[in-house]
Design a protein around this ligand. Structure first.
Ligand code: IMP
Length: 429
């Protein structure tokens, strides 16, 4: 297969970064298609840790092209600091990255509005990253947004930005009781950033069409996860973009017929950051110990992640909405020593049993998980490179997840390092 999308099947943080990095070895082009720097992919290469927020994971190889597609929202200063860090640590060439003219710019007023709204919401807060992602997508949809395209004519960019700053300041002051921001500072920062950003700008839709026509292998890197999708997730406790595989089309300009396969990524258990329903959530010492063992603290914000058992209802939903070819299971090693291990096989809701999501996402507020228990294992599994090297109970657990989700397992990750992986089938093979 030549074109593959990787998407999260839970509430983000499934370990997509590691899997994308692994598959990127066989890809020519790696593409982000939605979200912004609210995403954070943690990767460990040769023991060195990298956190990528906007730049696709292919940046950790020296000979790949990374594309940031039109469906993303990009904080230019965050992007430039990520580029500088990668160039310094990985010695990347200047042309390693292509940024869509049509991607939207995230400005300081987006962050200020995001943070002020969350503060005002108090207990009703969504628990956003506070990076301005929702307000930036709002502007995109209301057609008040500024795109990188607008940088070409700095005079009209200046006029539009001034108009927006005036509007946003009025809203910040009157409604959110926040402090107004300086439009002059924003303009000056953009003037300086512009010179550095222009060389990366590209008609990425056309670039990708040509790459696909030339038979190049293209990897589409989803951010967040299916349950954070604006339509299919746990609305309103979601992010402000579509994060499912079909977003790769609108978010890059590739046609639906051109995607060969979708690989879903799932942790061997479940986590979420931010508020919202979480039927299989675990509280107390077991959650604390899994959080410590799995280093479950948000890469973008450092917040402790909530912890839960694997949920097959979510997996089935993700398999359906993403048209999943197979699943990659990550962080299996974190479950070592847990016995028994619980798996949610369905929900009990209003007296009925559901194998798939009960009608209406609010059902998740009160649905009770139906658990099945499996025996755990005690052996360290970080060095396993084939299923045969895993304890029998770990193998049974993987098989059961495949059965419950209704898709085959393509990859099992047994540690943070690139090498700590069992590859059963590689979509690019
Ligand atoms: P926003 O995307 O910053 O607006 O945050 C909305 C919700 O999505 C919050 O619950 C965030 O914690 C969550 N979120 C956004 N991006 C990620 C991610 O990459 N991983 C996990 N949660 C995320």
């Amino acid at each position: 297969m030549k074109t593959v999308a990787v998407v999260g099947t839970q509430w983000g943080d499934e370990g997509k970064g590691k899997i994308v990095d692994l598959l990127a070895a066989d890809a020519d082009v790696i593409v982000r298609f939605q979200g912004g720097n609210n995403a954070a992919h943690t990767l460990v290469v040769d023991g060195e840790k990298f956190i990528l927020r906007l730049v696709p994971a292919g940046a950790l190889y020296s000979n790949k092209t990374c594309v940031i597609g039109n469906g993303t929202v990009v904080d230019p200063l965050a992007l430039l600091s990520e580029i500088d860090d990668l160039k310094k640590r990985r010695g990347l060439a200047d042309d390693f990255l292509k940024l869509s003219y049509e991607a939207h710019i995230v400005f300081p007023y987006h962050r200020a509005i995001d943070q002020a709204r969350e503060a005002r919401a108090g207990k009703r807060a969504i628990g956003t990253t506070g990076f301005g992602i929702g307000p930036a997508y709002e502007d995109k949809m209301s057609r008040a947004g500024l795109r990188f395209d607008d940088l070409a004519n700095f005079q009209s960019f200046t006029e539009k930005l001034r108009r927006n700053v005036a509007d946003k300041n009025a809203y910040l002051k009157a409604v959110l009781k926040g402090k107004p921001l300086s439009g002059a500072d924003m303009l000056e920062a953009m003037r300086r950033a512009r010179r550095r950003l222009m060389p990366y700008l590209c008609d990425t839709g056309e670039y990708l069409a040509q790459a696909i026509a030339a038979g190049k292998r293209v990897l589409f890197e989803g951010a967040h996860g299916t349950m954070l999708d604006i339509d299919h997730g746990t609305y309103p406790f979601v992010t402000s973009s579509n994060c499912i595989a079909s977003a790769a089309f609108a978010g890059t300009g590739m046609g639906p017929g051109q995607l060969d396969a979708v690989l879903g990524i799932s942790k061997a258990y479940t986590t979420r950051v931010g508020a919202g329903p979480f039927p299989t959530e675990i509280k107390g010492w077991l959650a604390d110990s899994l959080r410590e063992e799995g280093v479950e603290f948000g890469s973008a914000t450092g917040r402790p992640r909530r912890i839960g058992w694997f949920d097959a209802v979510l997996a089935r939903l993700a398999a359906r909405v993403n048209g999943m070819w197979a699943l990659a299971l990550t962080k299996l090693d974190v479950l070592t020593g847990i016995d028994p291990i619980k798996l949610c096989v369905g929900y009990q809701y209003k007296g009925n049993r559901y194998e798939t999501m009960p009608p209406g996402r609010h059902s998740m507020d009160t649905a009770k998980p139906i658990f099945e228990e499996m025996r755990g294992w005690k052996e360290r599994i970080g060095d396993a490179r084939s299923l045969e090297e895993l304890p029998a109970n770990a193998r049974r657990y993987i098989e059961r997840i495949g059965e419950l989700a209704g898709v085959s397992i393509a990859i099992v990750s047994v540690g943070p390092d690139r090498a700590a992986t069992i590859v059963l089938k590689n979509p690019f093979a």
